[in-house]
Ligand binder design. Sequence first.
Ligand code: SF4
Ligand code: SF4
Length: 165
Amino acid sequence: MAEPRRTWKQVLSRFLLLDLIKGLLVTFKYQAPKHCYTEQYPLVRPKVAERFRGAPRLNLDPETGESLCIACNLCAIACPEDLITVVEAVREYVDHEGKTKKKRVLVDYTYDTSRCMFCGHCQDVCPTYAIELTQEFELAIYRRKDFVWSWEMLEKGIEQPIYTR
Ligand code: SF4
Ligand code: SF4
């Protein structure tokens, strides 16, 4: 079948690359930041869902500043990945009536974030709300051994990096 004849307008448009220029104009028009539709992470941190479970944290008592963890070991037992290690000791103390009593205290706590599936069982069973999965999602690190968080790291949490252009 013979190709239909082009009008002089079509020929001129093709010669001057008008369609290409029109397309580029649309592209450049949407370069202004107000037309930005994609998430600007990491410059702008996305809001995660309220129920998101991320980096673990061992909470402190806001009044005393001491760990809320009573070393009951329930989180370690509940964890299907067996990645929490709670080391406890029994210490003697004198109560307000002057009686000597014994209590279990936390000696060490580690949490292997590389094996965690963030199921939340550990925080669900914790009787003192000590262990909590926070909304922090930046868990990437360079060295494999850094996946294991110490007690101190769990209390301090990870520092949120500040990204700049
Ligand atoms: S979130 Fe689940 S897998 Fe991770 S430590 Fe807690 S119980 Fe274990
Ligand atoms: S974090 Fe909670 S569940 Fe785990 S040992 Fe401490 S008090 Fe018990």
